[in-house]
Design a protein around this ligand. Structure first.
Ligand code: ADP
Length: 498
């Protein structure tokens, strides 16, 4: 036989729901945190660019104030930075403006290009001419030779009736540094956050799954002897509570079924032991005392009768256990219950006459039902046989049936000795016999009504009993009828309906 290897601890952990929940939680959290980081990096970048662009707008306004185009004596145009050289602030502004700056005339000829601008690459004359022709302000970001990005604001100014192309730039190196710092800090913090998240996830899932673990432990603890164990509801009214109550219900049913089986075996052994002891006793006595063939013969005949009764008990038991374990399936057919009841009452007539009982029927002509005919026969026979058994001479038995709505009601009434009120709840139990009843104990097995109850249940019907000691007993059975009641049927059956 191949032995199944026990999974290692690591394998058990990684297969567990807790591990999987934590992994999902952490993965989700990591994705969200990365997304949030990237989003804020983008926002920071765009805020910084907006600030630089606003700064360039201001510088452009300053440039318009300080940059002048002058016509030379020879007619050529020349640009000059006009400011008060005594004013250090003005000198500083102009110096800042000229740090990244390009000025070109309408032919595209460069009039001034700062070293920083040159390293960004000066536009070609035809390109400049095109930009002058387009005459619009543009903002762009370009890297210099070392890869440092610059924001460039370019546009056209008109002076001395001539258009000039002017571009101003601002390094974005500082912005890049801020972005780099943000990225470094944020993404080096991320593993720490994820680790924290792992721990939180691991403990949170442990807490969330603790009722499941408890359920598993309790389930483990349950065996044939501790089926009374129940898991208390947490009162949260959530899915776990639902699971617990479903589980408790299941154990409840299991317990009932276990108890039934246990009771059944006890009943069976008890019921079989007594007659077996009797048979054994009879045979032993015969063996010791009988001398003649006739005496042996008598002993064997008596023993045989007892054995016959025993096999009847065993047969009935087998039948009942087959029925209750679901091995007996109903063979439903449609038939007239009145006809069946009438036939059976005829069969019981002789028995009733022997006991000096009146057996009467009150049956409609037609009482269609979809049921298992054999089982229905058993049901009526059992009830009639009980009525005959437990009704003293001179009594009366009535078998009747009628339709009530969608149901068929079957009544078996007698004027017999009745059943005491405290015995009524037990009469459908296996082997139950009302103690002290004046009837031959050999006549009953105490299984008939158990079987009747099963037949009724299997047909989705109901059974109830009313009984008064010394007055009589009435069994009432209601079964779903097969055919919907129609006016025509009512008329045919009861002569009413028009
Ligand atoms: P039994 O084979 O002993 O009749 P049942 O299961 O049919 O077993 O009935 C159980 C017990 O219910 C009977 O032993 C009897 O005490 C009581 N009982 C059933 N039917 C009647 C009845 N019509 N009148 C009085 N007692 C009854």
């Amino acid at each position: 036989m191949a032995l199944k290897a026990k999974p290692t601890l690591a394998r058990r952990i990684t297969r567990g729901l807790r591990f999987r929940l934590t992994v999902i939680y952490v993965a989700l959290f990591a994705v969200i945190l990365t997304g949030v980081g990237l989003f804020f990096r983008g926002v920071l970048d765009s805020i910084q660019n907006d600030q630089v662009s606003a700064l360039l707008d201001e510088e452009w306004a300053a440039l318009r104030a300080y940059l002048k185009i002058q016509r030379q004596k020879n007619g050529t145009l020349k640009h000059v930075w006009a400011f008060d050289h005594e004013d250090p602030e003005a000198a500083m502004i102009v110096e800042r403006l000229r740090r990244v700056c390009l000025i070109a005339d309408s032919n595209g000829t460069v009039m001034e290009a700062s070293a920083d601008y040159a390293s960004l690459g000066v536009e070609q004359p035809e390109e400049i001419r095109g930009l002058i022709a387009a005459n619009r302000v543009s903002l762009s970001i370009r890297p210099d030779e070392r890869g440092t990005p610059y924001m460039i604001r370019s546009g056209v100014i008109v002076d001395e009736k001539k258009p000039f192309f002017v571009a101003l730039g601002k390094s974005l190196a500082e912005n890049q540094d801020v972005l780099k710092q943000f990225t470094t800090y944020y993404f080096s913090l991320l593993p720490v956050l994820i680790l924290g998240c792992c721990l939180v996830g691991w403990f949170a899932s442990k807490r969330a799954l603790s009722p499941v673990t408890e359920l598993a432990e309790k389930t483990d603890a349950i065996s044939g002897t501790s089926l009374s164990l129940r898991i208390p509801l947490r009162g949260a009214g959530d899915e776990i509570d639902h699971l617990i109550s479903t589980y408790n219900n299941m154990v409840e049913r299991l317990e009932q079924s276990f108890n039934q089986t246990r009771q059944f075996s006890t009943d069976v052994s008890h019921e079989l032991r007594t007659p077996l002891t009797v048979v054994r006793g009879q045979l032993e006595v015969a063996l010791m005392t009988a001398n003649t063939t006739d005496q042996y013969r008598d002993a064997i005949v008596t023993a045989l009768q007892d054995v016959e009764r025993l096999s009847n008990t065993v047969r009935a038991l087998l039948h009942l256990s087959q029925a209750e374990s679901g091995q007996l399936t109903l063979q439903r057919t449609e038939f007239n219950l009145s006809e069946l009841a009438a036939d059976l009452s005829e069969q019981f007539q002789l028995l009733a006459d022997n006991e000096r009982l009146t057996l009467e029927t009150n049956l409609p002509k037609n009482c269609p039902i979809s049921a298992d005919r054999v089982q229905m026969e058993r049901l009526i026979s059992n009830l009639l046989s009980n009525a005959v058994k437990y009704t003293p001479a001179g009594g009366r038995i009535l078998l009747s049936a009628h339709r009530i709505g969608d149901e068929v009601e079957l009544l078996v009434e007698d004027t017999g000795q009745g059943i005491p009120a405290d015995a009524l709840p037990h009469i459908f139990d296996r082997f139950y016999r009302v103690p002290g009843q004046h009837v031959d104990p050999e006549k009953g097995l105490g299984l008939g009504l158990s079987f009747v109850a099963w037949i009724v249940r299997a047909h989705d019907g109901t059974i109830d009993v009313e009984s008064t000691q010394g007055v009589g007993t009435r069994f009432r059975i209601r079964l779903p009828a097969s055919v919907p009641e129609t006016r025509a049927e009512l008329k045919e059956t009861y002569g009413v309906g028009d």
